[in-house]
Design a protein around this ligand. Structure first.
Ligand SMILES: Nc1ncnc2c1ncn2[C@@H]1O[C@H](COP(=O)(O)OP(=O)(O)OP(=O)(O)O)[C@@H](O)[C@H]1O
Length: 376
């Protein structure tokens, strides 16, 4: 079983803290999408994992071995990145063969492995061509094929699909998924644009200012973002943020926002204790959790809050409606509604929307952290 444990790793460049006490663990067959904006520490982490840099503090364990200070060549780690490019003068075949020849494998083994990688990545027809004559998408596939012939326990894909057109992007992503599946190793895929990679992720982490903000399954992180930074970074269209007040009542907690209110059960007591003396929260409402009462089945099932709303802007594309809604006096919500068949929907139309309290995240008003629901 493969295991990666990054424990309390720190890396500084002069006064810049690139990684600030970073910790996380991955297990067999985990495919982690590591998302974060520019300068958040993704490449630095990869350089430490692959041995191009050493940590100032902390440890990196791969399969029970502390590899943090080990030379890059001694680690079973493959780094796939256009930044650590291919040899432009060499042919596709020779580029893929390079890591095997470096390890002094026999000619027969080199040929077997290269041919297999060429076939899987559909590069046979250009195997003799020098890399300098290839398109961007073909070069990406050569880089992936070169990693594929490595016998690694950990694969690192550093923004591997940047600048590819949608079709090539899709093919290269399938190739990455294939490498991951065939190798049965841990993979980490770093990107500023996580959306498309989420389909192949088993884990999703958000890194910001050198710190892992949250790690979990994509479902967990998307449904319950640990803080508003995570929510704002991941949600497209963006998470609605609505200020509200909290008041204890006989039956639980009354949450009052502009234009709607609802009750949360007494079990929320521990979460609201984090507010100390404050009575305000921020409600996080994902656009795709808002239902229209025009949507069959209508949200009449118990527990839904019914809210009168007015459409202030509407976009429609292939059965999906993105609407800007006015709720209450001045609250604006973005809703993503699917499959509503109503010809009269237009700017100005008054509709009723349904929202379930279970789908609403509550955040601390100043710390901007999630107030975890009681069942968590
Ligand atoms: N060799 C270096 N010397 C000085 N500062 C560095 C060095 N490498 C990284 N940094 C700094 O460390 C921080 C993290 O950089 P890093 O390249 O790891 O971010 P990133 O998330 O990979 O960004 P991007 O998505 O733009 O590639 C940045 O502030 C960067 O300027």
């Amino acid at each position: 079983m493969n295991m990666l444990d990054v424990q309390d790793v720190v890396k500084c460049f002069g006064t810049t803290i690139a990684l600030d006490h970073t910790s996380f663990s991955l297990r067999n067959n985990d495919f982690l999408v590591l998302a974060g904006p520019s300068n958040s520490g993704k490449t630095t982490l990869f350089r430490l994992l692959s041995g191009l840099e050493q940590p100032d503090a902390g440890t990196i364990w791969l399969n029970g071995v502390n590899i943090g200070m080990m030379k890059g060549g001694a680690r079973k780690v493959a780094l796939v990145s256009h930044k650590y490019g291919v040899a432009n003068q060499l042919s596709v075949y020779d580029n893929i063969a390079q890591p095997l020849r470096f390890r002094r494998q026999s000619k027969k083994i080199v040929d077997q492995q290269v041919q297999s990688a060429l076939e899987i990545l559909e590069l046979q027809h250009i195997q003799k061509m020098p890399v300098k004559r290839l398109s961007g998408g073909e070069i990406q596939r050569v880089v992936i094929a070169r990693a594929m012939v490595r016998d690694a326990d950990l694969y690192l894909f550093d923004e591997p699909l940047a600048q590819l057109d949608p079709h090539t992007h899709h093919r290269a992503q399938q190739a990455i998924q294939l490498v991951h599946r065939l190798k049965g190793a841990i993979s980490i895929y770093a990107t500023q644009h996580p959306a498309s990679a989420l389909t192949i992720a088993t884990r999703l982490a958000l890194i910001y200012q050198g710190r892992i903000q949250q790690i979990g399954t994509p479902e967990e992180v998307l449904r319950r973002p640990a803080n508003l930074f995570v929510a704002e970074y991941l949600h497209q269209p963006r998470l609605n943020q609505v200020p509200a007040s909290v008041h204890a009542t006989d039956t639980g907690y009354l949450i009052q926002a502009d234009g709607f209110n609802f009750i949360l059960p007494p079990a929320w007591r521990a979460s609201f204790a984090q507010l100390a003396n404050q009575t305000s929260v921020i409600l996080g409402i994902r656009p795709n959790t808002i239902l229209s009462t025009l949507t069959p089945p209508s949200p009449d099932a118990s527990g839904y809050i019914h809210i009168p709303a007015q459409i202030t802007h509407i976009d429609h594309l292939m059965g999906k409606w993105t609407m800007q809604l006015r709720v209450g006096q001045q609250t604006s919500l973005v809703a993503e509604l699917k499959d509503i068949h109503h010809p009269s929907l237009q700017t100005g139309t008054r509709i009723e929307i349904g929202l379930h309290p279970v789908d609403i995240c509550l955040f601390h008003p100043t710390a901007r952290t999630l107030l975890p629901p009681p069942s968590w």
